[in-house]
Ligand binder design. Structure first.
Ligand code: GLR
Ligand code: MG
Length: 429
């Protein structure tokens, strides 16, 4: 068996995204992703997926060159390769990412987001070469299906008039009734039983009303609200107190470890994060101060599936819960998330996934949710197959774009509807 990498293919694509609202603005009609393929000397191909914005492409290209000739089994070596790839300082100087939705932006985090796609592609190829599923390469699954939550968004019915886009059939959700209706559709279509509402969009009282409406419509179901740090300490305390009886957890109500710690201590409401702890360096202070009760990992920016397992072990050591964060992603990443989640013993919260919002994919067969769960594949590798024609169509869309959509910018997308829109300063409320 020859496991040497002989070819690496990078295919940036633009995938349709509905007009989902968050505190920064609204999702663009198309969002960039990068599909990574590694090919071995024996002709085995593995696939991975990560962010597709220019700054990731700039790193992925030299990274791919350095991969040729290395073994796909040399997963630790991927981090060595990453260290050799220079990050343009201007890419990290503002210390924010996607309008601040994913915590601090560091050169390391950029590199790890690229490493993750190559690690997943190598694991997929290795699994195919050995006839083993990725979860077996990670030590074996401890469950046969992984539970996901319904990721509810305030949403317009469509993108602004005149914008090139794909239509969706979810309708608008801009008030409590709309949010409940959206949640019902999620349960009908996918069987989800946990609900997360992306907040920070409307004044907190309106979002409290939406969560109360969800609690009435789905009594006893786990509920979460995530305003991406849009609230002040005082507002966070107020919301936590008003919703404490119905929330499974409150996610990133406010920014920074000290303020999160104070909200947790003064309200007793569990706090989750994918913003105040997004690197190993931030773990110690946050956990010892009690700022986080549930850490939402994301294999993309934590550096892959094995780093996610390590993070889960650190969380276990500190008695902190673990689950998963999600950005817009396709089936390759959902498969990767499912494999690693299947190996984490104490995963007690349904993971986030944007996948139901994605009408397009690059796979021959979409992954499905049954009773809110994705079955863990036992097929070799990730258990997914690329549909080359579809990949080519989405790549052509990227090629034909004039550059306007190649870097995700939710505030710019919002300005199409509201020219006066500026990214709100934080705290917004
Ligand atoms: O905090 C989170 O869960 C996210 O940031 C997830 C996504 O980025 C979401 O907010 C989005 O895409 O609008
Ligand atoms: Mg979040």
């Amino acid at each position: 068996m020859n496991l040497a990498v002989t070819d690496v293919r990078l295919t940036p694509i633009l995938v349709a995204d509905p007009p989902l609202l968050n505190t920064q603005g609204v999702h663009q009609p198309y969002t960039p992703r990068l599909i990574v393929e590694v090919v071995t000397a024996d002709g085995v191909t593995g696939v991975g997926e990560t962010y597709g914005d220019t700054k990731y492409l700039e790193l992925a290209r030299p990274f791919a060159e350095r991969l040729k000739g290395r073994q796909i089994s040399d997963l630790n070596g991927l981090f060595t390769v990453a260290d050799q790839v220079a990050v343009d300082a201007s890419r990290v100087e503002n210390a924010v990412d996607v309008g601040g939705l994913r915590g601090v932006q560091t050169a390391d985090k950029l590199r790890l987001s690229v490493v993750s796609a190559f690690e997943v592609a190598c694991l997929d190829a290795l699994g195919k070469a050995l006839g083993l599923p990725v979860h077996a390469l990670l030590g074996g699954k401890v469950r046969d299906a992984v539970e996901y939550s319904a990721y509810l968004f305030y949403k317009w019915a469509g993108h602004p008039e005149g914008t090139a886009c794909e239509k969706d059939d979810w309708g608008a959700a801009v008030d409590p009734a709309g949010v409940v209706e959206q949640a019902r559709r999620f349960t009908e279509r996918y069987g989800f039983t946990s609900f997360k509402l992306k907040g920070g969009v409307f004044p907190p009282d309106e979002e409290i009303a939406a969560v109360r409406a969800l609690a009435e419509a789905f009594p006893g179901h786990p509920l979460r609200l995530d305003p991406n740090g849009a609230w002040s300490l005082e507002t966070s305390l107020k919301v936590a107190r008003e919703l404490g009886d119905v929330l499974e957890y409150l996610e990133d109500p406010t920014l920074g470890i000290p303020a999160m710690a104070e909200v947790a201590e003064r309200t007793g409401v569990p706090l989750a994060t994918n913003m105040c702890v997004t690197t190993f360096a931030e773990v110690k202070e946050a956990f010892t101060r009690g700022a986080v009760q549930v850490l939402l990992s994301d294999h993309h920016y934590w550096g892959g599936l094995r780093n996610t397992q390590q993070l889960a072990a650190v969380c276990r050591t500190f008695g902190v819960g673990v689950s998963m964060h999600s950005n817009t992603h396709l089936g390759i990443s959902l498969a990767a998330m499912t494999h690693v989640a299947a190996t984490v013993p104490d995963l007690h919260h349904a993971c986030d996934s944007h996948y139901p919002w994605q009408s397009e994919d690059v796979l021959t067969e979409r992954l499905g949710f049954e009773d809110g769960k994705v079955t863990v594949s036992d097929a070799p590798g990730l258990g997914v197959e690329l549909e080359r024609e579809r990949l080519a169509v989405l790549h052509r869309r990227w090629l034909e774009d004039d550059g306007a959509l190649r870097d995700r910018d939710d505030a710019a997308a919002m300005r199409v509807a509201d020219p006066a829109w500026v990214t709100p300063s934080v705290p917004r409320w």
